[in-house]
Design a protein around this ligand. Structure first.
Ligand code: BGC
Length: 734
């Protein structure tokens, strides 16, 4: 009896202990009732030192460098941080996704190519910016990623910067608002977003060694303001610090940039991730505010663990790094809503969205005698020339390169390489033919000038496509279109007065032939719906509404710095021949003195009384808008006015509000302070209210380290562009 009792007890107790073993440990941090900070704190308490270290660096170059080790769970993106499985913390799977998800081809996946970010900024449409992010976010999710590492917002201080196509232009307000809404669109898909490259990574020439010098006031009122607004609006999970130095310190170990401004002044609660191999130290970087080294563990692996052991980096600082990552993961929803199961990306929806954004982004720069839109019925012979317009549209390179479906449209059988121009299969020629089915539409490659001239003679119209390939890692030495394209356009325009130019450029370009052509359209890098969008604008199915987010200068001579810092292209040693897209890796640091301060782009041209080729904010429409009835509410910082469509077609106007600070500011230029976007039927009018951005009216008080609003009379100017002001008034700041 007794032994049976013991046997029963043994059985019961072993069942209980098995049940106890099987019952998963409680994970209170999985409760969505708690705040992201509370959830992160609970996880941090569970982590061992080596687990904490694991969360603050990447796994190495992985899939980026063929031959490097790739962990089994790797998703094929540019970065991975291994999660903590025992606690339910997933790995961070990061993908470059500036203009669409990168590195899809290696996994046989598809990703939508969006128009360039500079193009999207030309829409001045926050809904289009949100949609831009939405495309990226949903395709990242479908492909199994949980973080985007796009979000470039470096201002266009130099119009020759090789990465301008990844950035939203030269004005801090337009750039910050655009990128903020892109981030919102990404994070609406419960995907973590990023903003980069923090800060002053404004040229590619010597990007890993250039040392930027700028006053704190100018910094706050220009490049930093774009980040501040982008972060305020978008609340991204991370900020990527850049390759360059600022005032002698690398950005990724720059206490002023990271601890003082980003985490101090702006109260940024996400994490700082280094650009790929932009970390230069352990203790200095950790104490300055860097939270994650990418892509590997050179400084934040064992050396950080040692530094914590030896008390050089306080344990609390390591906990803070980990907390920032975890709270961002909880806040974005990637732990509660993992990106699985995977799905097939919807290419049709992506293409339609890309086309829509491009249709809002194309800027009509010239339209002599209203020659555009083209009337298909009156055209018998159309000649299309150049830029591979028979097969596709150009895309930008580097880590923003999206893989083209079917391979590079101009050489589908060859694998694409870094630094090689990739064309996407959206053929403008085919779409032009669809719009003019009764016309004879022929194509000439434009490589042989005489043949192109011959083809152009006698045609009803000639459409010359011209392009400029740009990529991370190099800048354009000049503003000229590369190759023989200027000569081609000039020769064709001479042979046929009905010549129109369609530009697919990463950057502003000079146009020595401008007076000789009838029309010019800036299509940027047009994205996968580009062929359709361009044809729709040419034939008037879409009325163009894009406005320049960047000044088009006449010549390099008019720029604050006629030569890019550190660029040595035009020396006797290389024959003085400016090559296109000069890649310069330098080892010795050199200074970049931003003596212009905040005065670059339109602020430079205005204060120096220089005439640009096309001013900031400029763009034509097939209709015409008039403005009246300006009212200014100084208390609410609001501007009210009426816009009327005076033309024959319905159209969209981007009405811009600029403000000039009181004379005591010393500023001799206007600042973009807000805008309104209205779509109007012919003859219709609408009251527009623009809320001015307070920081666009503020000055940074350097000694007091805070924003300051000067008392007095602010001149408010409202118009079609920075150089076409329709209404003026006064705002009184008490
Ligand atoms: C670029 C970053 C990019 C990273 C990872 C770097 O070269 O500057 O923008 O996110 O590579 O591909």
């Amino acid at each position: 009896m007794r032994s049976r009792f013991f046997l029963t007890m043994i059985i019961i107790s072993s069942v209980v202990s098995i049940a106890a073993q099987e019952k998963p440990a409680p994970r209170p941090w999985m409760s969505p009732q708690l705040s992201p900070d509370q959830r992160a704190d609970l996880v941090v308490r569970q982590l061992t030192l080596s687990e904490k270290i694991q969360l603050v660096h990447g796994i190495g170059w992985g899939p980026l460098r063929p031959g490097d080790p790739v962990p089994p769970d790797n998703n094929g993106g540019a970065g991975e941080v291994q999660g903590i499985r025992r606690l339910g913390i997933p790995s961070l799977q990061q993908a470059d996704s500036a203009v669409g998800v990168r590195m899809a081809a290696a996994q046989s996946r598809y990703a939508t190519l969006l128009p360039s970010v500079l193009g999207a900024a030309a829409s001045w449409d926050v809904k289009a910016a949100h949609l831009y992010g939405d495309v990226i976010g949903r395709e990242l999710r479908a492909q199994g990623y949980n973080q985007s590492i796009g979000g470039g917002v470096n201002l266009a201080r130099d119009p020759r910067n090789g990465r301008l196509f990844e950035y939203p232009g030269e004005d801090p307000l337009l750039a910050g608002v655009t990128v903020g809404h892109v981030i919102q669109g990404i994070q609406a898909n419960k995907i973590m977003a990023d903003i980069k490259h923090y800060a002053f990574n404004d040229q590619e020439t010597g990007r890993t060694v250039v040392d930027v010098h700028i006053s704190k006031q100018a910094a706050h009122e220009s490049d930093l303001l774009a980040f501040e607004l982008g972060i305020r609006i978008g609340q991204p999970s991370s900020v990527m610090c850049s390759y360059n130095k600022v005032e002698g310190d690398w950005s990724c170990e720059n206490k002023w940039l990271l601890n003082d401004v980003l985490k101090g002044e702006w109260k940024f609660s996400g994490f700082v991730v280094s650009d790929w191999e932009a970390t230069h130290s352990t203790t200095k970087a950790a104490l300055a505010g860097l939270d994650m080294e990418m892509p590997g563990a050179q400084f934040f692996g064992t050396p950080l663990e040692d530094a914590v052991h030896r008390g050089k980096v306080p344990q609390a600082r390591l906990d803070d790094m980990v907390h920032r990552l975890l709270r961002s993961m909880f806040a974005a929803g990637v732990i509660d809503h993992p990106s699985s199961p995977r799905q097939v990306v919807d290419p049709f929806r992506g293409r339609d969205d890309a086309q829509h954004i491009e249709e809002e982004s194309i800027v009509l720069l010239k339209n002599d005698r209203g020659a555009l839109p083209l009337l298909a019925d009156s055209l018998h012979r159309i000649v299309v020339i150049g830029a591979h317009a028979d097969v596709g549209v150009l895309s930008g390179g580097g880590s923003a390169q999206v893989d083209a479906p079917g391979g590079n449209a101009i050489s589908p059988d060859k694998p694409t390489k870094w630094g090689e121009a990739v064309y996407f299969p959206s053929s403008p020629l085919r779409c032009i033919r669809q719009h003019a089915p009764n016309a004879q539409v022929s194509f000439d490659a434009g490589t042989d000038l005489a043949a192109a001239v011959q083809a152009a003679r006698g045609a009803d119209i000639v459409l010359v496509f011209a392009d400029q390939y740009m990529s991370e890692g190099g800048d354009a030495p000049t503003l000229a279109l590369p190759g023989n394209q200027n000569a081609l356009i000039a020769a064709v325009a001479k042979a046929n007065p009905h010549t129109f130019v369609v530009l697919e450029t990463g950057n502003p370009v000079s146009m020595p032939w401008l007076d000789d052509v009838q029309g010019v359209l800036e299509a940027w890098y047009p994205g996968i719906g580009g062929g359709q969008a361009i044809a729709n604008v040419l034939f008037g199915t879409v009325n163009p509404s894009g406005k320049l987010p960047i000044t088009f200068p006449r010549s390099e001579k008019d720029l604050p710095h006629p030569r890019i810092f550190g660029m040595t292209y035009n020396t006797p040693a290389n024959g003085g021949l400016p090559e296109h897209w000069v890649s310069e890796e330098k080892t010795a640091s050199f200074p970049a003195d931003y003596t212009e301060g905040v005065r670059f782009g339109y602020k430079w041209f205005q204060s120096e009384h220089k005439q640009p080729l096309f001013p900031f904010g400029f763009g034509l429409s097939y209709t015409h808008f008039t403005y009246d009835d300006l009212q200014i509410d100084s208390d609410k910082k609001q501007v009210h006015f009426r816009v009327r469509n005076d033309g024959q077609r319905s159209g969209t106007e981007v009405a811009q509000a600029y403000v000039q600070l009181p004379p005591s500011s010393g500023e001799k230029f206007m600042r973009l302070s807000g805008w309104g976007r209205v779509t109007l039927a012919p003859g219709a009018s609408q009251q527009v209210t623009v809320q001015l951005e307070p920081l666009a009216l503020a000055s940074w008080d350097e000694p007091a380290e805070r924003w300051n609003w000067i008392h007095g009379d602010y001149r408010v100017k409202v118009g079609r562009s920075s150089a076409d002001i329709a209404l003026s008034g006064h705002l009184m700041m008490q």
